[in-house]
Design a protein around this ligand. Structure first.
Ligand SMILES: [Cu+2]
Length: 128
């Protein structure tokens, strides 16, 4: 017969809480940097929750950047930030290099690869 009290004690013995966490754990979402058939971020748009991290990886031998800075974009609107969020920039990411950023402010973030923006290498992070 099911004994709720005994079951709760069993869970506790294994380190589980009987109380369900009120919010999901933060996660990391991967974005790759492609050079063929064209320069682009894959996926070009990611939707995450506040507190999540996006990790960009460059698997190829052409350098890229992850530039969330309107002053460094050819078209400022391609690198737009929510109000009050300071610009940030990975600098050059070489082959096998990575860049990670944890997003804490909600809103829509647009970014560019500073080297290949003109070729359409732009991306979006939506933080909900
Ligand atoms: Cu690039």
């Amino acid at each position: 017969m099911f004994n709720r009290r005994a079951f709760t004690q069993l869970l506790a013995a294994f380190g589980f809480s009987a109380v369900t966490p009120a919010f999901a754990q933060a996660k990391t979402v991967d974005v790759s940097m492609a050079q063929s058939p064209k320069m682009r971020f894959i996926p070009e748009t990611v939707t995450i929750r506040s507190g999540d991290t996006v990790k960009w990886t460059n698997p190829h031998n052409i350098s890229h950047t992850v530039t969330f800075d309107p002053s460094k974009a050819a078209t400022a609107a391609n690198a737009a930030l929510p109000a009050g969020v300071a610009p940030f920039d990975s600098g050059a990411i070489e082959e096998e290099g990575t860049f990670s950023h944890t997003f804490t402010e909600k809103g829509t973030y647009k970014y560019v690869c500073a080297y290949h923006e003109a070729m359409g290498m732009v991306g979006t992070v939506v933080v909900s």
